[in-house]
Design a protein around this ligand. Structure first.
Ligand SMILES: [Zn+2]
Length: 295
């Protein structure tokens, strides 16, 4: 289990052992924190017949079925785009049945913030009148997008990003990698995003972005080639530029340079809004911004 989820896991499983676990748990964490893995582990632990140290034993029938993804009392709804009312209704019908194997039933709803309003309304009744020993595990990346009626009926558990020191030790232990803090900031201190960027997309991660900026500064790369390489990530690049400018602004030696960085930062912010518009030439925007920022 990811270290930044351990305290929450402990709290929830202790409540479960004491028969006082809330029937609807909302797990709120930004992308790249590993909440998908967390809720699935939690479901295994809740369904296990003989948990050891608050963790699934891995050997009982329930654990074996969970490992084979065929547990009859475990339901999952997951959608990156939108969760429809039909998906919610189908799952709720299944939840009406008695637990077949475990004493408990678990319904996982991932990306619950993508439920349509009708889907959320269909879920409300179950949240208000839960069936015995049924647990709903909802994950969200943006809690503000949930209907207040859903929010008020769930126990909210927000997991914040770990500290730089925690990320450093986790990256070292699991991937034998070290990163500077500006790399962590570029990925909002979300450990899995940092690891993915380092290991899977070295050509288009923040470090590569910084290298290319360095090349432009030395006259070894033209802003047009830069834009050609990065235009598909234009929005993220402009966000990274803003972070760099903010940091320069904070460390500026005098008011004049501070004002200069503020001014450029404001310009980049406006351009960020522009790249969201359809039909905009992102290559052009990016090379224009780079020319201005690097001048
Ligand atoms: Zn077990």
């Amino acid at each position: 289990m990811y270290p930044w989820f351990i305290a929450l896991h402990h709290k929830l499983m202790r409540s479960a052992a004491a028969q006082s676990l809330h029937h609807a748990l909302l797990i709120n964490a930004k992308p790249g924190m590993g909440k998908h893995e967390f809720v699935h582990t939690l479901a295994n632990d809740l369904l296990c017949h003989a948990p050891f140290n608050l963790t699934a034993c891995g050997q009982c029938q329930s654990c074996l079925l969970n490992n084979a993804h065929t547990h009859p009392d475990r339901y999952v709804i997951a959608s990156d785009k939108q969760i429809s009312v039909n998906e919610i209704r189908e799952a709720l019908v299944k939840l009406q049945d008695h637990a077949q194997l475990s004493q408990r039933k678990v319904l996982i709803i991932e990306h619950a913030d993508t439920m349509t309003e009708a889907a959320a309304n269909a879920l409300l009744k179950t949240l208000e009148e839960p069936t015995d020993n049924t647990y709903l595990l909802l994950t969200v990346s943006d809690i503000q997008r949930l209907l207040p009626t859903i929010l008020s009926r769930c126990e909210k558990n927000s997991v914040t990003a770990p500290s730089a020191a925690e990320i450093t030790s986790w990256l070292h232990e699991t991937h034998q990698q070290t990163v500077a803090e500006d790399m962590m900031r570029a990925y909002q201190y979300a450990p899995l995003s940092i690891a993915t960027a380092l290991l899977e997309t070295p050509e288009t991660n923040y470090l590569s972005f910084k290298q290319d900026l360095g090349a432009i500064k030395k006259g070894q790369m033209h802003s047009v080639s830069f834009a050609q390489k990065w235009h598909q990530q234009a929005y993220q690049c402009l966000g990274w530029l803003q972070l760099m400018l903010q940091s320069k602004c904070l460390n500026a030696p005098d008011d004049a340079s501070r004002l200069h960085y503020l001014d450029v930062s404001e310009f980049v912010r406006t351009e960020m809004q522009r790249v969201h518009h359809q039909g905009i030439n992102k290559r052009l925007v990016l090379s224009h911004v780079i020319d201005k920022v690097m001048s």
